[in-house]
Design a protein around this ligand. Structure first.
Ligand code: AMP
Ligand code: ZN
Length: 126
């Protein structure tokens, strides 16, 4: 698939670049020109999907700065996934999380948006 012209090159050591390239298996639930989404290996809710840009950016801040259009695509993909998973009803809902940096519990340094739903969420987050 051809990447947009302002895309960052893949990082050969990056797990999510490898998933985006199809080199590591994942349960893919969405594929578009700039985004891919797959089920989290260690789900924290009945629905737990990660939406990633195909291009490598180390976190959401770097993505937003370099390619805000693709950052917006992550949110649109999340909306589509939430609807497909039945989370968008009037009494439903879902949480979108972008852990950015180690203090925010980011553990994979390729930007990703968590879509969590299917159970009652609490606040504040841990
Ligand atoms: P974060 O802590 O925000 O960086 O989230 C990284 C997420 O990636 C965690 O929820 C992990 O469970 C998830 N994860 C790690 N490796 C894989 C994998 N191979 N396939 C799917 N999800 C993964
Ligand atoms: Zn990457």
């Amino acid at each position: 698939m051809t990447l947009p012209q302002n895309s960052a090159p893949p990082d050969p050591d990056c797990l999510f670049c490898k998933i985006a390239a199809g080199d590591i298996d994942a349960t893919i639930v969405h594929e578009a020109e700039t985004t891919v989404a797959f089920r989290d290996l260690n789900p924290q809710a009945p629905t737990h999907v990660l939406v990633i840009p195909r291009s490598h950016y180390p976190n959401a801040a770097a993505l937003a700065e370099a390619d805000p259009a693709t950052a917006a695509h992550l949110f649109d993909a999340a909306r589509e996934i939430a609807a497909a998973e039945g989370l968008d009803g009037a009494d439903g809902g879902y949480r979108m999380v972008l852990n950015t940096g180690p203090a925010a519990h980011q553990t994979v340094f390729h930007a990703h948006l968590h879509v969590l739903g299917g159970r009652q969420m609490t606040w504040p987050p841990g």
